[in-house]
Design a protein around this ligand. Structure first.
Ligand code: ZN
Length: 333
């Protein structure tokens, strides 16, 4: 593959303190680091005497207390939510015990809360890509890799916005205004918020500088994600603030690199199929020779997101009505 996007892993944070990023923008980082959140959730406070809060974070009292201290008596007029994953929206409800500001978001979580009484078999039916179990090093981290976006706390099932936001809406505060950009892909209700006063974009999990974006099934959509990247290409903002990691100062380089990375991967997968490789497992073993077996399931999930995307546009056929981890995949026609 061509060299991938240049990621920036250089991001020192002090949890719970206020980072003054620009005259209008502050950030308080929650102490919830993980392989999905990098150094944690960065909650932004935007404005002067009246402020908006973007992505309040997970439901952790210490973070809510740090945000209330950072607000320091100012009036919060807006709680903006990029999307309803558990590290982004749940603290909005906790903040509303202390402040009187409505939440703004595209909508509630797009999926129904899984029924805890449903048999595990129904879930596990789709879970396995057929790799040999990893016997040694069965650490908590490895379990995370499998659970990831399947785990209960990864989602905010309860959230419903006070104000529903559509693509192109202008959210007007005192001293700040945002253009809402609907950017589905990571999740179908994802919004980015362009701050018009500073020509910057709060990019949530859609564009991050430290990692590619996970496209978790069944709501995540690679085709939507690529369209949402292309939506940003012609925009003029030169600074992006992702919810995780450092600000992005070269979106004009990063966005095309992210697109090229996915297009190259799609090309590799099509090449697998033209060589008669028809299972996700075999595709991973051919393409990911450089990654340890502990990451095979994550790699397989990524390959599957590409196969789902190719199946949606009828470029490939699948042995099941809907792509599954152990389906057989072939070039269409
Ligand atoms: Zn997310």
């Amino acid at each position: 593959m061509a060299p991938g996007p240049q990621f920036n892993l250089d991001h020192d944070v002090t949890y719970g303190t206020v980072d003054q990023i620009t005259p209008l923008v502050q950030r308080v980082t929650c102490e919830n680091p993980s392989k999905f959140t990098f150094t944690g959730t960065g909650t932004y406070i935007v404005g002067d005497e009246e402020v908006a809060i973007i992505d309040p974070g997970p439901p952790e009292d210490a973070h809510v207390d740090a945000l209330l201290a950072a607000i320091d008596g100012r009036t919060v007029t807006h709680l903006l939510i990029t999307h309803t994953h558990g590290d982004h929206s749940p603290a909005a409800g906790l903040l509303q015990h202390h402040i009187d500001a409505p939440t703004y978001a595209f909508g509630p979580h797009p999926l129904d809360r899984p029924d805890p009484k449903a048999s595990n078999d129904a879930n596990n039916d789709d879970a396995g890509f057929g790799f040999d179990p990893i016997e040694e090093d069965e650490t908590e981290a490895n379990n995370d890799e499998d659970d990831g976006y399947k785990s209960e706390h990864a989602h905010d099932w309860d959230f419903a916005p006070d104000v529903t936001v559509a693509h192109g809406d202008i959210i007007q505060g005192t001293g700040f205004s945002f253009e809402a950009l609907h950017t589905p892909g990571h999740i179908s209700n994802h919004l980015c918020f362009a701050l018009r006063e500073e020509q910057s974009v709060f990019s949530g999990d859609h564009v991050m500088g430290w990692s590619t974006t996970i496209i978790p099934p069944p709501d995540g959509s690679l085709n939507s994600y690529l369209a949402s990247l292309r939506l940003l290409l012609p925009r003029s903002e030169q600074t992006y603030y992702p919810t995780h990691g450092a600000p992005i100062t070269d979106p004009a380089t990063l966005l095309p690199a992210l697109l090229a990375h996915r297009e190259a991967r799609t090309g590799q997968i099509l090449a697998c199929m033209s060589d008669g490789i028809d299972t996700i497992k075999e595709m991973v073993l051919r393409m990911y020779t450089h990654v340890p077996p502990q990451l095979y399931n994550a790699a397989a999930a990524s390959v599957m997101s590409h196969l789902v995307a190719l199946h949606e546009i009828d470029e490939i056929s699948c042995s099941d009505a809907k792509p599954k981890p152990r389906s057989l995949y072939n070039l269409a026609g």
